[in-house]
Write a protein of this length. Sequence first.
Length: 246
Amino acid sequence: MSQPTPLLLIAGGSRGIGAATAIAAARDGYDVALTYANNKAAADNVAREIHNLGRRAHVIKADTALEGDIENIFQEVDAVGGLEAIVYNSAVTGKNSSLAEVETETLRQVLDINLLGAMIVAREGAKRLSRKHGGKGGSIVFISSRASHYGSAGEYVWYAASKGGVDSLTVGLARELAPEGVRVNAVSPGPIDTDMHRPGRLEEAIKRFPFGRAGTPEEVAEAVMFLVSERSAFTSGAILNVSGAA
């Protein structure tokens, strides 16, 4: 009986870095399961590009702030089979302001999606990938942010804090899962040209950075796929800056 094509799950795969990673994965021979929260049209566009590359795409609507939605993601992935890698890209910043002015609802939303969602996805992924649980091993890659280093003062320190949590999660989970055949890493992008930025923010930010330009989602995706692949077989617990020296 032939083995299923390796499957890469991308939580938050419809736009920006997630979409670029989905297409890079298809080029590297993976089928792709990708989730979206609201923009089905964007997710379907990514799926078409994956199909055009000769791979299968599975589009799943999910809010990664909700445990039930995450459980549904993995039920659909289980039905497909072949899961070998997971990329957690789901994230929000909330409206920029000082901490003194932010609403508690924003704090909860950012932490629920960016950090708690990452933990629950990783937990469910570990149950499937870990040799201890009958899996064949695999790779988990979190999309962090250089904001965890900068702190994002006056904009959204809560977002930076959530990504700092992702960095800690990466290191701890890598050590926890290493004996079970699962590698865990993170990519920490700097200024990347996506629609996550408020108007004018990216142009302001890149004036302060050594490369003098923003990165592209495709440049981040290449780093992600390196960490997913066996080219990084001895790499785990790494937080790879893709930031133009920022």
